[in-house]
Design a protein around this ligand. Sequence first.
Ligand code: SF4
Length: 406
Amino acid sequence: MDLLKTLVDKGLRRELPTRDEALAVLSTSDDDLLDVVAAAGKVRRKWFGRRVKLNYLVNLKSGLCPEDCSYCSQRLGSKAEILKYTWLKPEQAAAAAGAGVAGGAKRVCLVASGRGPTDRDVDRVSQTISAIKEQHADVEVCACLGLLSDGQAARLRDAGADAYNHNLNTSEATYGDICTTHEYADRVSTVQQAQAAGLSACSGLIAGMGESDEDLVDVVFALRELDPDSVPVNFLIPFEGTPLAAEWNLTPQRALRILAMVRFVCPDVEVRLAGGREVQLRSMQPLALHLANSIFLGDYLTSEGQAGQADLDMIADAGFEVEGAGETTLPTHRADVAAGGCGGGACGPCGDGGDGAAAAEAAEEAGVVEAPGAEAGESASGTPRQRSELVTVRRRGAGTEVPPNA
Ligand code: SF4
């Protein structure tokens, strides 16, 4: 297919495809799917070999958010029965992070729900970063605390943060459809503040929220323009109790096309397969490793992923290898933060929500509030269908007495 040959040639040269070429990837047929994966896989191997970077999420503060992001189980008014708890203590967060590092993660992503951190929150996170780095000097730490105010990015950098995550999530044109409490421009500004402070920027998207192909291409081109080091690609986890609970719009085939399009547009950037891979790609997850060079190990912020060991087995079975602590993630022509790589994602964002910071101060000193499950979906011959039974609310790890999944 001439399209794929053109895209491979451009990807190997780090040349931007046209919008029409990116759109064409999304409209390829299922008959061509393996050709699309193979073509984008060539670009992935050129810049990242067969390495897979592992990242580990620690939800520092869960639920209680005053923002209304419609995809998020932690949003204002969410009926999702997720864990709700206020800030973990530094030693609690360090213990959770340690489980991920022991499982092979080279980056820990510290996430807190809320619009953005107060200066007191930045102090707390700074103490947590110190606690983690005291025990794991080489681990990369990415903070994902929501919209930043003046000076906060520099304070996080000075505290030892390597990266900052804040996702664009969807196109500027449709941002108002998924959130009314802040704007797309706020998100762009926060990514730029992180970059200006010398933090490695991580910013990505969530697919499956009812967006068009044009929206997906818009947000990926906007990300290319912002030039983060890592781009997490989340697939919506339609949580019961959120406005998007019925939005089972993806098939595994479409999810793979989306990942391929992101790889062609951002050929030498860490593309992270993020939240929702289990529920939306399902048995097709290993094919996605030919497109993304980074994944989250274990669980997400408010939902459970597959067992950490299953992630490691999947990587080995598919012929890939876990990126070691001494290996550099990004190609040498890109600035590489921590001497071990850099990444996408989401940390933060992560399909099951989580950007932000401070919910009501009054709720801050509260303890863990338990709650039950949610849902997910599936497809049959190209037609998505509801699969809520696939979504499992996180009931282990940070904020619980149950050991983390890593
Ligand atoms: S995505 Fe972040 S800011 Fe939006 S509702 Fe969820 S926790 Fe709050």
